[in-house]
Ligand binder design. Structure first.
Ligand SMILES: Cc1cc2nc3c(=O)[nH]c(=O)nc-3n(C[C@H](O)[C@H](O)[C@H](O)COP(=O)(O)O)c2cc1C
Length: 443
């Protein structure tokens, strides 16, 4: 464990998944299991939270995790990750504030903490939302299928506006009863794009050396802190690496962690990858995975960014969470026992079984069920001429679509349907996203 970490309640104790954790802001998380951010797609046509959010978060709060983080809430309605995102920007109406309050209280049943993830989709805004998204530079995503337009480079005053938007959304999160925010700086969205030397080729104060590329993230963190005060949790989700040649590297990640050490963060979540290289879900991208040598540990191999967290721990002064691949109690306890990570992030297991944290804490089960093997399409499935690249992309969307469908079921008060097929999920995903985008009230 790094020096100066505040871990009240756990000092001198070997932690396991049941050990409480006190964060620097004073918040006490009652166990080490966190539901990681997962986009819900449940907002109405005006991007307001709905009763379905309330049902979903009540279910997850009852499921036993100490901390829940919402799916990405967008700070600019012009640039969404998908049509069903909640948006907090200048155009709030009282109905949105009431809906957010209802969501905040549903997610805090059973003494659970609920944080709001804040994001700007940047160049990963689909064409269904904006034909011309924005980014640090005008470099388009290298993905087949024409789903994303070529971005326009943000002007200096627009970058300042992004910072104000993150601060405003953080203030609203606090005002409506959330206990923290997580600033999304991973997975190839806007803040992560600024960090990447491959996507950010600016030559002003926001591009070039890492200190410049990290400025947007750091200023968003500072502005959110000023907007919310010292007793509100502020977290960051950061890529260990983009895993792309010329992208944000692990060495740069470590340097950004050193910069973030000065910012009084309550949690740093380590993830990795982008739409072009979806390592966050251990999905194969179109280009080879570009990996730096990180000294491999022999422990907790199921969590695929764990070795990065072990290396990050030596520098990081804030509590750390790793997300991606945790499935067994043994793997989670092992990762926590050495103090390399302070929280275990869980995504997909909570779509498959919303009570997974409670059941694994009670010792009722030792692992999450495996569901993904049969979601892969064989190479012949779309006919002999299917380009392999398209196959890979479709497999990725089928997987994601399958989890989206399970989230919808939970939001409708149903149980997950583990028998749902990959193709059905893919078609439903496509249909729903298009219908929602058509219905969206545009700014
Ligand atoms: C359906 C789905 C939606 C997701 N949406 C988000 C999101 O909104 N924000 C985010 O940071 N990560 C998102 N993720 C990534 C998860 O937070 C997590 O990093 C990833 O699922 C790996 O963890 P796991 O192996 O426990 O699922 C999403 C993942 C899934 C499966």
């Amino acid at each position: 464990m790094g020096p100066g970490i505040t871990r009240g309640g756990a000092e001198g104790v070997t932690a396991d998944i049941a050990t409480p954790l006190t964060l620097p802001c004073g918040a006490r998380i009652r166990n080490r299991l966190c539901k990681a951010a997962m986009t819900e797609g449940l907002a109405d046509a005006g991007n307001r939270a709905t009763d379905r959010h309330v049902t979903l978060y009540r279910r997850w709060a009852q499921g036993g995790a100490g901390l829940l983080i919402t799916g990405n809430v967008q700070v600019d309605r012009r640039y969404l990750e998908r049509a069903g995102n909640i948006v907090i920007d200048g155009q709030q109406d009282p109905r949105q504030l009431g809906a957010l309050e209802a969501l905040a209280s549903a997610g805090q049943m059973r003494d659970t903490h609920l944080w709001m993830q804040l994001s700007h989709a940047g160049r990963q805004t689909p064409k269904l939302i904006a034909t011309e998204p924005v980014g640090p530079s005008d470099i388009p995503l290298a993905l087949p299928g024409g789903r994303f337009g070529t971005p326009r480079a943000l002007r200096g005053e627009e970058i300042r506006d992004v910072i104000d938007r993150f601060a405003h959304a953080a203030r609203i999160a606090r005002q409506t009863g959330f206990t923290g925010v997580q600033i999304h700086s991973a997975h190839g969205y806007l803040l992560s794009e600024f960090l990447s030397p491959r996507v950010n080729i600016r030559d002003d104060e926001w591009g070039g050396p890492l200190e410049h590329r990290a400025r947007l993230l750091l200023e968003c963190v500072r502005a959110a802190r000023v907007a919310t005060g010292p007793e509100f949790a502020i977290a960051v989700k950061l890529n260990s690496a983009d895993f792309q040649q010329g992208g944000f590297s692990f060495d740069e990640c470590l340097r950004v962690i050193e910069m973030l050490n000065q910012e009084g963060l309550d949690l740093l979540e380590i993830s990795g990858g982008t739409y072009e290289q979806p390592r966050l879900l251990a999905i194969e991208g179109l280009e080879p995975v570009f990996e730096e040598q990180v000294r491999a540990s022999t422990r907790a191999r199921e969590a695929y960014f764990f070795d990065y967290a072990v290396a990050a721990r030596r520098l990081a002064r804030m509590p750390l969470m790793v997300t991606g691949g945790f499935r067994t109690r043994a793997g989670m306890d092992e990762a926590l026992s050495g103090g390399e990570v302070d929280l275990v992030g869980l995504g997909r297991p909570l779509c498959v079984d919303p009570d997974f944290p409670a059941r694994i804490l009670a010792g009722e089960i030792a692992a999450a069920p495996e569901v993904e093997r049969r979601l892969r399409f064989g190479p012949g499935m779309l006919g002999p001429h299917s380009p392999i690249k398209l196959m890979k992309v479709l497999n990725g969307f089928a997987k994601i679509g399958w989890y989206y469908e399970q989230i919808y079921r939970l939001a409708d008060g149903q149980d997950p349907d583990l028998a749902l097929g990959g193709l059905r999920a893919l078609l439903a995903y496509d249909r729903t996203e298009k219908a929602k985008a058509r219905a969206l009230r545009r700014p």
